[in-house]
Design a binder for this molecule. Structure first.
Ligand code: 9MR
Length: 459
């Protein structure tokens, strides 16, 4: 994207001094209760995280890594989990750089925000040249494959990034993704939920920092998703800012939270002379919203920033703490222990709203039910296997696929066949199911699986 098309022209609109309009207490925590000395520890005092974008290519830079390891407890791959990086050729996946970042984070006790499953930018060339049903199939396959690869390891995924238009329309941005049909966003969220039920699923965008036409368009989408049971857990407010956050920044976070989703500040960087004050104001705004679960800055040192020459980050090029760092740390330490927070554990997946087939008779100690997420030309099926009155030590499920439908990938079960009467058996870790309990597996396919049923037997 171009800097000129982003929020950097917003300074004139955002001249109000934010700290006064936010109405947040400025009382600092007394040193008697032991103020935390790093961003991550200070954020953790109120159950929040403080993260940064990380570039795999910098993990050999000791100044960079020392700051990363010391200060941050959440990590976002700056580019390495994007579509062009993870699927450079159709169906050929490369997780080497993404895994490097994830492994560094996990082995240093940090969590990971996944960024981003679908974005109109940084599509691989082959996807850029696609349209229509073929592209939709490729998109859903990408979401399923990448979320499955990282299943159980990601705190929150930016499932869809930057799908709304700038300006006053409040509508979607044109892209080849959008041209596959307006339901592409909900299809992506459903596929991501099926592939990694433990990850929070977020919509992420920029120029959404205040209440404006674009953020309101997103607000309306989230409200609609919640009403229809489309699985969405969080909204990322990127917050690439100049001088100030808009005066209604906190109110905007709050209105999203009031829809029943978490909000996260996902790509914070602030240029300009008022930088230190603006960083503190953004931090206080998050702390004042119970469902604002954390803040991520988009890079560590000014020299790591995508905003070359604007010095919008918390550390200078030599790795020294800037005034902005001190103001963020003080704001985090000022959060009272009573600040309400939401649990950071993954939310229970919402019940799918797509048709669920009736539970089949229980021929051998288990039942199976199917939840289908279909689009024109493809589907994701999630199959729930439930033990009867006795524990299962293994199970087998058959799913008779309609003519023309074929399995293209699957997770958490082994299959025999890809068309017709496909049968599935448990893998090593999900064969034992206590009486009355359930486990899930899933598969993706081409064609239509409308009306799919599943029959379970103990094995
Ligand atoms: O910081 C990223 C930069 O290294 C890439 O060249 C750029 C490609 O468009 O993407 C940057 O990160 C973007 C993020 O993925 C989405 N929101 C805007 C960020 C800044 O452009």
């Amino acid at each position: 994207m171009k800097l000129t098309s982003r929020s950097f022209s917003r300074a004139a609109l955002a001249s109000a001094f934010l700290a006064t309009t936010l109405g947040v207490s400025l009382v600092l925590a007394s040193s008697a209760d032991g103020a935390a000395s790093t961003l991550g520890a200070a954020a953790a005092q109120s159950g929040r995280y403080f993260g940064t974008a990380v570039a795999a290519g910098k993990l050999g830079d000791s100044t960079y890594v020392n700051i990363l390891n010391r200060e941050f407890n959440m990590v976002t791959a700056e580019n390495e989990m994007k579509w062009d990086a993870t699927e450079p050729n159709p169906g050929q996946f490369n997780y080497s750089s993404g895994d490097r970042i994830l492994n560094h984070a996990v082995s240093n006790g940090k969590r990971v925000r996944g960024h981003a499953l679908l974005w109109y930018q940084q599509e691989p060339g082959w996807a850029q040249r696609m349209e229509g049903a073929g592209l939709r199939q490729a998109m859903m396959n990408h979401v399923t494959q990448v979320a499955t690869h990282y299943r159980g390891k990601i705190y929150a995924w930016d499932v869809v990034n930057e799908a709304f238009a700038d300006g006053n329309s409040g509508g979607r941005r044109d892209s080849n993704l959008q041209r596959t049909g307006n339901d592409w966003i909900e299809a992506a969220f459903r596929a991501a939920r099926a592939a990694d039920p433990g990850a929070k699923l977020c919509y992420n965008d920029y120029n959404t920092d205040g209440i404006n036409a674009k953020s309101t368009g997103i607000y309306n989408m989230v409200r609609d998703f919640k009403a229809r049971g489309v699985p969405i857990d969080c909204v990322g407010i990127q917050s690439h800012l100049t001088n100030n956050a808009p005066s209604d920044y906190q109110a905007n976070l709050q209105r999203f939270a009031d829809l029943g989703v978490d909000v996260q500040i996902t790509e914070l960087d602030i240029s300009g002379a008022n930088q230190a004050n603006a960083y503190a104001a953004v931090t206080r705004a998050c702390l004042a919203v119970a469902r604002c679960t954390g803040i991520t800055v988009w890079g560590i040192r000014d020299t790591d920033s995508w905003r070359t020459g604007q010095n919008p980050l918390l550390f200078d090029g030599s790795g020294n703490k800037k005034a902005a760092y001190n103001s963020v740390l003080a704001a985090l330490n000022a959060a009272t222990p009573t600040t309400p927070t939401t649990p950071t554990t993954p939310t229970t997946p919402t019940t799918p709203t797509t048709p669920t087939t009736p539970t089949t008779p229980n021929p051998g100690g288990c039942t199976a039910s199917v939840s289908l997420n279909s689009w024109n030309g493809g589907f994701v099926a999630t199959v729930k296997v439930t033990a009867g009155g006795t524990p299962l030590t293994g199970w087998r499920v058959t799913t008779p696929l309609p003519g023309g439908a074929a399995v293209t990938s699957s997770w958490s079960a082994g299959n025999s066949g890809t068309t017709g009467n496909v049968s599935w058996s448990n893998v090593s870790y999900n064969g034992n199911v206590p009486a009355g309990q359930s486990t899930e597996f899933g598969f993706q396919g081409t064609g239509s699986a409308e009306g799919l049923t599943a029959t379970c037997s103990a094995s």
